[in-house]
Ligand binder design. Sequence first.
Ligand code: SF4
Length: 245
Amino acid sequence: MSPARYNRGMSVNMPAREFERWRAKVAPLAAMLGDRHGHPVWRAGVDPVDELVNCILSQSTNDTNRDRAFNALKARWPDWSGVVQAPTEEVIATIRVAGLGNQKGPRIQALLRDIHDQQGAFNIDFLAQLPLEEARAWLTSLHGVGPKTAAIVLCFAFGRPSLPVDTHVHRVGRRLGLIPEKMSAERAHPLMEALVPPDQHYSFHIQLILHGREICHARRPDCANCPVSGRCDWYGARQATGSPG
Ligand code: SF4
C-alpha cells in the first residue's frame, strides 16, 4: 500500500488507510472540544510584523509579560526603525520583563533589519497574496523564524490555513493520538495541517490550547472532567493498564 501524502506533498510514514483513520478522529474531537471551549472565529486586525515580534517576545514567558514587553517597546520606539537603530543594550533593557532579553533583543533587531532589507519597509502584507507554501518559506527564511512562528503569523495575522503546534497543541495532540508520541512539535506541523480541515485550523488550534490550559495539564491532566476522555488514547491506555488517569 502506498504511503499517504501530506497536503504539502510530504510523505507520511503510515499507510493511507491508517492516515484516514487518524483524520477521522478530528471531526468528533472538534465538536466535543467546541462544546466545551467554543468555536473561535478568526478576525482580522493583528499587524503581521507586530505578530512576529510578539512571537519572539513570547518565548519562555507568559502572555502578560510578553504584552508588557511589547507595549514597552512600542512606547519607547513607536516606529520599528527606532528599534533597529537603537543601541542593543537599550532594546534589551526595554524588554527585560519578558526574560531572555540578551537573546530576544538582538533577535528582534536582526529580524526587523532582515524584513526591511528585503521589503524596503517594515511591512510584510504582500504575504497575503502569495501561495501559502511560498509565504511559509519566505517567513522561515527570516532570521530566527521557525515553523511555529511562521504558522502563528500565517494563522493569526493573515487568517490563512496554518496550524501552529505550540507546547499545548503538541502535548494534547499526542495524548489524543493525533501526533505520534515521538514526533517533535516542529515535525508535527505538516501532519496536523493535513489531518485538520483547512477552515478549522484556527479554531482547532485555539480549542487545543484552551484544553491544554484548562483541563489537559502537563503534569496532572483532569481526565475525570475531560469531555474527550472517551476518545483519548492516553486515557484509554491508562484505563486498560489500571494506571491512575
Ligand atoms: S482524557 Fe486526560 S489526557 Fe486525555 S485529553 Fe482529556 S485530560 Fe488530556
